[in-house]
Design a protein around this ligand. Sequence first.
Ligand code: GLP
Length: 250
Amino acid sequence: MKLIPETTIPTYLVETQAEANEVLALEIERLVKSQDGSATLGLATGSSPIGLYSELVRLYEAGELSLKEVTSFNLDEYMGLGPDHPASYRSFMSEHLFAETDIRLTETHFPPSDESGLGACAKWEDTIRAAGGIDWQLLGVGRNGHIGFNEPGSPFDSRTRRIELAQSTREANARFFKSIDEVPRYAVTMGVGTILEAQRLRVLAFGDTKTDILARVLRGDNDESIPLNALRLHSDAALYIDAAAASKLL
Ligand code: GLP
């Protein structure tokens, strides 16, 4: 793993995705152990984090890591699917992490994705604050530079709220559904401002669909319409990217 010079946000080039997963899993393990097991983690969905979750499951099975005292907050959730829908983010997390470890489901939180509105979103943010804030937040990047489901144009001080998904996001995520028509049009996401309040931000981006947006953000001007650019404002944010994603930066 090596630091790529002259990027706007610290960025590490990893030799393999497995290397990034091991580095981040170790960071989580150290954090959890340093706080007697009671860390608050911000979690993400999509293809990028799957390997990291497998690594955490491996550590749990090896007896090296327990998530029993961990609290988690997921970044986002689709509206209108219900938690048991196979494409909901709760189902995703259950399949890749929750059901495979000792995390207590009562301590796993998702943004309120029913029709309960703004009051519920503010209350959900209170739950984050009551947990002491997020110690360590995982992020992926959309092809258009979204983080969570904060689509381009999301203000950097935005809070948890309902958002209309960009057509390109619905197309990119159609692979998790039978057809694009089934992909919800709305989601609830932590805001950019909410994300920036986490102590540490760690971004995984792999493959050639991320090359252009990473070159634009990491070498380009500070375009405030691209949510990923908000990470420039954070003092402990880092990206872990593979050679395909980094190809315009090397
Ligand atoms: C979805 C999620 C994002 C995630 C993005 C990238 O849109 N809401 O949080 O970062 O997908 O996904 P992938 O890792 O599959 O490229």
